[in-house]
Ligand binder design. Structure first.
Ligand SMILES: Nc1ncnc2c1ncn2[C@@H]1O[C@H](COP(=O)(O)OP(=O)(O)OP(=O)(O)O)[C@@H](O)[C@H]1O
Ligand SMILES: [Mg+2]
Length: 295
């Protein structure tokens, strides 16, 4: 009788909807200007989030593939995000070599045992815009749909995307796919112009009404001159010019970044005292991001 009741119960209970599965959050590091620290911040933020026990996927969306290289991945002879995206488009799939997510994801582990998965990028990604030029489905939503189709939000707590220093279709795809954006910038007018240009793209996305507009998680001032007395005043001025949004504590020019990147390690892989301050800065930013995105 008990078994019969169990069977009836099982048959009448609604299957668990994918809506109730835990939904990971997606953030991107963006600035149209090159060399402002997008990759550096993305790499160390991903490590900070992994250290808080979160399942983290790093997605490289820059054809320069610096983010992938920091994880020791050389994408020149292996499939990468470009192939996955092209394969996710019905009209293009038959024209290209098949490519599965499992063949592309790289599983990495830090020296002290924290796991981070990586979807690398590669040079072919620079031809993405041209490759998808003729398709009928919305070209702005290719990345968003790829993430949905592969259930990546249920596999990870955070997906960290490193953006390219451009403003084209790759950037639009990133902005349409993410929940929030962190904006690294350096104290020069070109870098701030790069941010304003991204804000214009966000405005265009808002007007198109094709997807929710990502939240501004904050501006990350980088390569600031610590000797200048008025750093905070400079930052407030820049913050006011950029409009509303949190401005994090600035990073100064630190040899620790050069040293850790040369070793393809995060700042958390070093135990010496001189790394403590930047480790704390990244942990604070990681906590803020978690709170902002309710994760
Ligand atoms: N605070 C810092 N102190 C010292 N070096 C830094 C700092 N921030 C970034 N760098 C160095 O500056 C260079 C550019 O940084 P990074 O590659 O992160 O910029 P990016 O915005 O990703 O550039 P691109 O737009 O070309 O992808 C790197 O060599 C990095 O190690
Ligand atoms: Mg970069």
């Amino acid at each position: 009788m008990k078994a019969l009741w169990k069977m009836v119960n099982d048959l009448t209970q609604a299957p668990e909807s994918s809506e109730s599965a835990p939904q990971g959050k997606i953030l991107a590091l963006m600035n149209q200007k090159g060399g402002v620290g997008k990759t550096t911040m993305a790499f160390n933020m991903a490590h900070a989030l992994a250290r808080t026990g979160k399942r983290v996927l790093c997605l490289d969306m820059d054809p320069q593939f610096n983010f992938s290289s920091l994880f020791g991945v050389n994408p020149t002879e292996r499939p990468h995000i470009h192939h996955l995206l092209i394969n996710s488009i019905k009209e293009l799939k038959p024209l290209h070599t098949a490519c599965l997510l499992d063949e592309v994801i790289v599983r990495t582990k830090t020296a002290d045992g924290f796991s981070i998965d990586v979807i690398p990028a590669g040079q072919e990604l620079s031809g993405f815009e041209l490759t998808v030029a003729g398709i009928n489905s919305p070209r702005q939503l290719i990345l968003k749909k790829f993430i949905e189709k592969n259930n990546l939000r249920s596999m990870y707590d955070f997906i960290v995307i490193d953006g390219p220093p451009t403003l084209g279709l790759l950037v639009v795809n990133i902005l349409c796919a993410v929940d929030g954006v962190l904006y690294p910038f350096v104290p020069d007018s070109f870098s701030q112009q790069g941010l304003k240009n991204i804000q214009q793209v966000l405005e265009d996305i808002r007007e198109m009404e094709i997807c929710p507009v990502p939240v501004n998680l904050g501006y990350i001032p980088n390569l600031f001159d610590s000797r200048r007395k008025q750093v905070r005043e400079d930052l407030d001025k820049i913050g006011a010019e950029l409009g509303s949004g949190r401005v994090f504590n600035p990073f100064t020019n630190r040899v620790q970044f050069t040293k850790s990147q040369a070793a393809r390690k995060s700042v958390f892989d070093f135990e010496t005292k001189d790394f403590k301050e930047i480790q704390d800065q990244f942990m604070t930013m990681a906590q803020t991001v978690q709170q902002e995105l309710n994760q």
